[in-house]
Ligand binder design. Structure first.
Ligand code: ZN
Length: 370
């Protein structure tokens, strides 16, 4: 799975397997489910800006072949397969097998580095199906192998499309064949996000990228110190050699850890505010605004001002400052402008994030006196 930054929903592999294995009744596979394609625009990967090349340690990667300006949308891609997190290996295999030939070949050509799960009870379910259908032992074994490979490809290449927002909702995950070639860095130069409005995964340049540079996205929440990031990255079976991981810096690790804590505190306070039904006073707003300020300062110090994380926190800050009013009004406008600029760069003007930020910016504009 490719993780995004904060707020996009992270799903530990263990939970996925546990949930997948507790199912007893297979459900309809959801490959490319319910997609009204006509109004969603085109899918593309900007092959005029990058090429796929073999890397020394990380399989195939995507490398810039031209100067790519910050904010350029490099990928806008439909999924090959999209599944909810409770799908079983068997359901996934069925979804892959039902793809048309070209898409199926593209799926099987992807890297498979994720290890199989420890729970193998799905094999019993498959055996029962095969026995019922009179399949030979050879074809059963071949099927098990194919299911395992399909699963490993999915685990290695999937992106979060719709994050679980509550314990009762499910995360949706998708595989996108061109974007799947993006390798990981904890100091990424591109940003990926699934855009439900156009039903495409988009990948944007986070900064100007020079020809020859590898396009690198982050599979995980980078607001973690090095040991925690290493532990999360174990799922993909590689050791990250990015600049942040090869030269771990105690101060940088402390800042990233602090950023994670600050986000958690702000998020918890925002939940509290939502429950308070307008019962917040000036001191409550001020406390949250100051937390937002600290977070933004820390993001800048850590060199993460190019990431979408800055847009997320600026948008929260702008909303809080706008609600607090008075001396915070100017700050609200400034943060809203930053959120709009960051979202335009990271996810584009057709994203929910951008539209929400533009709406907040509009609300912060001074009203003409009558
Ligand atoms: Zn790294």
């Amino acid at each position: 799975m490719k993780y995004c930054y904060i707020y996009t929903g992270y799903m530990p592999l263990g939970r996925h397997y546990r949930r997948a294995m507790t199912r007893t009744q297979p459900v309809q596979a959801t490959a490319e489910a319910d997609r009204p394609a006509a109004s969603m625009g085109t899918s593309y990967a900007r092959r005029d800006l990058y090429e796929e090349r073999q890397t020394v340690e990380a399989g195939v990667g995507a490398f810039a072949t031209a100067a790519i300006p910050s904010g350029t949308r490099i990928f806008c891609e439909e999924s090959l397969v999209m599944m909810t997190e409770d799908a079983t290996q068997i359901e996934l295999y069925r979804a892959v097998a039902s793809l048309e030939e070209g898409s199926r070949a593209a799926y099987w050509s992807l890297a498979a580095s994720a290890k199989p799960g420890k729970d193998v009870s799905w094999i019993d379910a498959l055996r029962q199906c095969c026995e019922r259908d009179g399949e030979s032992a050879d074809s059963f074994n071949a099927l098990v192998e194919a299911c395992e490979r399909a699963w490993s490809i999915f685990e290695t290449n999937r992106f979060t499309c719709k994050a679980s927002t509550s314990p009762t909702s499910l995360t949706t995950l998708g595989v996108f064949p061109a974007a799947a070639r993006l390798n990981h860095s904890c100091a990424p130069n591109v940003f990926h996000r699934y855009n439900p409005l156009i039903q495409r995964l988009t990948v944007h340049a986070l900064r100007d990228i020079a020809p020859g540079e590898e396009l690198l996205t982050s599979y995980i929440d980078i607001c973690h110190p090095t040991p925690a990031r290493r532990s999360l990255l174990r799922h993909w079976g590689f050791k990250c050699n990015c600049t942040a991981c090869t030269n771990p810096d105690v101060e940088s690790d402390a800042r990233r850890k602090k950023l994670g804590e600050l986000f958690l505190r702000i998020t918890n306070r925002e939940r509290k505010r939502a429950r308070s039904a307008g019962g917040w006073g000036p001191k409550d707003y001020e406390a949250s605004i100051k937390l937002a300020m600290r977070t933004i300062r820390l993001l800048q110090k850590e060199g993460m001002a190019e990431t979408d994380t800055l847009g997320v926190i600026c948008l929260i800050g702008a909303q809080l400052a706008s609600l607090a009013g008075g001396k915070w009004e100017e700050q609200a406008g400034e943060w809203a402008r930053t959120a709009v600029a960051v979202d335009r760069k990271c996810v584009g003007e057709d994203s929910m994030e951008y539209l929400r930020a533009a709406e907040v910016l509009e609300a912060t504009r001074p009203r003409p006196r009558l």
